[in-house]
Ligand binder design. Structure first.
Ligand code: 1HN
Length: 348
């Protein structure tokens, strides 16, 4: 083979190696090993004022029973068709109406619920129910039976909306997804409501408890507690120039994260707060609980209000400002990055 036309001879060669299912690394090396993350994930916000009606309308189009889970998936505009908010995480808004039940099932994907609107619905996890209130953070760890329900209108039920966060894309990437339905609509209840919180939610624990798995024995983290902690710290003078007052949710038995693959946080920004720029390799999904402000994510700027959901991709600088006192919930795949020694943070 002569080399008077390298392009043509390379093309012919690439075809030949392609037939043997080989490709030339030298054509893709730069994009395979970028100097810094180049996320496809885009900064974006879902304004609750614009999507609330659409969520509610799903309630008259399909029952929770028929849908199994009546959820509008929040899809990152940079990851179309992937039902993903970030490369590893999923987000969706779920609606359950009075009198409805979302039937019991389990899967290897871990799930969190962050209650957005409405109260009184319940979720059952591993034999115990917990009642939902706005701002509560609830976990359904990998392979735990879970069903949701809402009291009837007569019993005072009201529509309840929550944000679902799952590691669906991560588990799909790992080819590690398993799922099954429970034989009945709801799982049997073996412990009264509040049992696990009494055992583990008060800086105490059962005397002979042995840690047997990395998942938190508490599955509901009530907003009243989280809010009071942030408030007390702020009153005591705590205020970080990047985060405001920010705490992470913990597994009280280990000090680790509530679930092994998903990190969750809540932060308080006082009125007038103008945060400095922060970036990290864990793409983070935020849900606004209270307040009003702006967030700069890379070159985008969004106004945020209660119940809005926004996404900060990996390594995009995030700058939070609050015009009135604000509270933000957030979640990310930080434990996965940390386990692989891939977590980088920069506060500038
Ligand atoms: C799921 O099981 C729930 O249990 C919500 O509420 C959203 C999205 C994909 C796969 C399973 C739930 C889900 C999900």
């Amino acid at each position: 083979m002569t080399n008077d036309n390298p392009d043509a001879s390379r093309t012919a060669y690439y075809e030949q190696i392609g037939r043997q299912r080989m490709t030339p690394l030298w054509e893709s090396l730069h994009s395979l090993v970028p100097k810094a993350p180049r996320p496809k994930t885009l900064p974006a916000i879902w304004k609750y004022a614009q999507v609330r009606d659409l969520v509610m309308r799903a309630g008259s189009l399909i029952s929770a029973e028929e849908a199994v889970r009546r959820v509008l998936v929040l899809e990152n505009p940079g990851l179309p068709g992937k039902s993903s908010m970030t490369p590893n995480l999923y987000a969706g808004l779920q609606l359950i109406l009075p009198g409805e039940i979302a039937p019991s099932h389990r899967h290897t994907q871990s799930a969190l619920r962050f209650i957005v609107e409405g109260k009184g619905a319940w979720t059952a996890v591993n034999g115990e129910r917990t009642t939902m209130h706005p701002g509560d953070f609830i976990i359904t760890p990998s392979w735990t039976w879970h069903d949701h329900g809402n009291p009837s209108l007569k019993e005072g039920g009201e529509p309840v909306v929550w944000l679902d966060g799952l590691d669906i894309p991560l588990v799909a990437h790992m080819d590690a997804g398993f799922a099954e339905n429970y034989s009945e609509t709801t799982q049997p209840i073996s412990r009264p409501e509040g049992d696990s919180f009494a055992r583990f939610g008060h800086n105490m624990g059962p005397v002979r408890h042995r840690v047997s798995d990395p998942t938190s024995p508490i599955f509901s983290y009530p907003y009243t507690r989280s809010r009071e902690a942030l408030d007390a710290l702020y009153r005591n003078g705590e205020l970080d120039e990047w985060d405001g007052v920010k705490l992470r949710y913990v597994n009280p038995a280990t000090g680790g994260w509530p679930m092994p693959g998903i990190a969750t946080f809540m932060q308080y920004l006082p009125a007038g707060f103008k945060g400095r720029a922060y970036r990290s390799t864990d793409a983070t999904i935020y849900c606004v609980v209270e307040g009003k402000g702006t967030v700069r994510i890379g070159d985008d700027e969004f106004l945020f209000e209660p119940h809005d959901v926004f996404i900060a991709p990996s390594w995009a600088p995030v700058r939070l400002s609050a015009s009135v006192e604000s509270v933000l919930f957030s979640y990310s795949d930080r434990p996965v990055l940390a386990a692989l020694n891939l977590l980088r943070e920069e506060r500038s």
